[in-house]
Design a protein around this ligand. Structure first.
Ligand SMILES: NC(=O)c1ccc[n+]([C@@H]2O[C@H](COP(=O)([O-])OP(=O)(O)OC[C@H]3O[C@@H](n4cnc5c(N)ncnc54)[C@H](O)[C@@H]3O)[C@@H](O)[C@H]2O)c1
Length: 455
């Protein structure tokens, strides 16, 4: 996928002319997309292109990333690092052959036979592992959100810019065919002048709210608890913090870094933008899961991207569908996990204005007659606007995104989600958190590279 930086202004300028072309593209009303477009577009061929990689962090997500990576052609996992020994067993089970396992990820970085490092550690460890891996000359795939805070993100971008190594951040819907389709439709002017974006998702169960059961055998004997805490304030061994780290800002980034980052990343790709929001105003609270967490379980955020309002709502206290809607002067695009739906709108009156109900009868009759004369379509030429739904592969599927990374490692071509893209998406999440905690709107200050209150 190309990463055109299509500004809102640019596509507004081209929208009118392109609308007709979009109509031609959207001819049928149900289109089934290829399930795995990245594979068909890929350039994989020779077994000599085999990429040897090491996995750092083999927990809930790392186990999925590892299973995905080893199932792709042309990859080989040779080692895995995790601070909990139970996950060494898990890594060997997934890879299905003996591999080196260790608690110290630095051993993977010292291994010259390893080309790439895949990282799925909690957010508070992202920066250090990424910076160390790049310094060791490895290509890097790092899970979302890229950073734990703005300063970490700044340091990670600087480290990436110092090398020619590939860096892919793991918000997988940036490789989704559905987001690509959304981008294509918006860029061609299908919805005219974009004027509002909203996205929402909700869960209502303990697992959805991160109340995960720690592994029953977890102990300071099989987990390096001291190292796990990283630079966070030290505390006594806490199995709940190990499993439920998302609940606390010392380790995680709350619903913003866990979930909002996917909505933001998908939106960035869909709009073809790669930028920090101008401003964020957030509200919320711990309204459902009063279990000792310090991150909100309800988080409503209003962003300004240029002059475009983007309203995103995350809720762990009530279930609701995950959907992103792009509203424009010529219609709406609704992006969901398995589909994208385009609903056109004429954007003009289709009947005499209801305001004329306030006219005296003779005046109203005259107005209505004239209106119909001027506006009614010719017989046989009545418009019949159609909604179109495109069904495609799950936009949360890891495979196209992990594949995109390995292809970039082989070809040295750009990934879909480099460190700058990941940084911008993560900054939106950090701004959402900062606004919530400070109780005021915030903005990104480019000069000082910090988030400032916008009051
Ligand atoms: N892309 C997605 O859809 C998605 C989904 C879930 C999680 N994630 C991200 O993946 C990352 C991991 O999340 P998770 O749910 O798998 O967490 P987890 O707690 O289940 O697993 C993290 C693992 O990292 C290990 N670890 C921690 N510090 C380490 C270190 N310094 N060296 C080696 N190992 C270390 C832990 O022991 C643990 O096994 C997070 O950044 C999260 O936001 C992404």
């Amino acid at each position: 996928m190309t990463k055109s930086v299509l500004s809102r202004r640019a596509f507004l300028q081209t929208s009118a002319a392109a609308a007709a072309a979009a109509g031609a593209t959207l001819a049928a009303n149900t289109i089934r997309l290829e399930a795995e477009p990245a594979y068909s577009a890929g350039v994989y061929s020779a077994p000599s292109d085999r990429v040897r990689f090491g996995m750092v962090g083999v927990g809930m997500e790392g186990s999925g990333v590892l299973a995905t990576a080893v199932a792709l052609p042309g990859t080989e996992c040779v080692a895995a690092a995790d601070l909990y020994d139970g996950r060494h067993t898990l890594a060997r089970e997934i890879v299905g052959k003996p591999i080196k396992t260790t608690r110290r990820y630095q051993e993977l970085l010292d291994d010259k036979s390893i080309d790439a490092i895949l990282i799925a550690v909690p957010d508070h460890w992202h920066k250090q592992v990424v910076v160390d891996a790049l310094a060791a000359g490895k290509d890097v795939y790092c899970e979302k959100p890229m950073s734990h805070n703005a300063a970490d993100g700044v340091a990670m971008v600087a480290a990436a810019k110092k090398t020619d190594r590939i860096v892919q951040i793991g918000a997988q819907r940036t490789s989704s065919v559905l987001c690509a389709k959304t981008h294509e439709m918006i860029a061609k002017g299908a919805i005219g002048d974009l004027n509002l974006i909203e996205a929402t998702m909700g869960r209502n169960d303990p697992t959805g709210a991160w109340e995960y059961p720690p592994p029953p055998d977890l102990s300071p004997q099989n987990l390096d608890w001291d190292t796990w805490q990283g630079t966070a304030p030290k505390k006594a061994f806490d199995p709940l913090a190990f499993a439920r780290w998302r609940c606390w800002k010392e380790y995680g980034t709350g619903v913003a870094g866990d979930l909002l980052v996917h909505l933001i990343s998908g939106m960035q790709v869909s709009l073809g933008i790669n930028e920090v929001p101008k401003k964020a105003s957030a509200f919320g609270g711990i309204l459902r899961w009063k279990d000792g967490r310090n991150m909100p379980d309800v988080h409503a955020v209003l962003f300004e991207y240029g002059d475009l309002p983007v309203y995103m709502r995350l809720n762990l206290g009530s279930e609701s569908a995950e959907v992103t809607r792009f509203y424009g002067s010529k219609g709406v695009i609704e992006l969901r996990e398995f589909s994208v739906t385009y609903s056109p709108q004429p954007g003009v009156d289709t009947a005499p204005s209801y305001y004329t109900g306030s006219y005296p009868a003779a005046m109203r009759a005259e107005y209505t007659k004239k209106w119909h004369e001027e506006h009614d379509p010719k017989p046989g030429q009545e418009p019949a606007p159609e909604s179109i739904t495109i069904n495609g592969n799950d936009y949360d599927d890891l495979r196209p995104h992990v594949w995109n990374f390995f292809e970039a490692v082989r070809s040295r071509k750009p990934v879909v989600q480099d460190a700058v893209f990941g940084h911008h998406a993560a900054l939106a999440c950090h701004m959402a958190n900062e606004s919530y905690f400070r109780g005021v709107p915030v903005k990104w200050d480019e000069g000082s590279q910090t988030i400032k209150s916008a009051t």
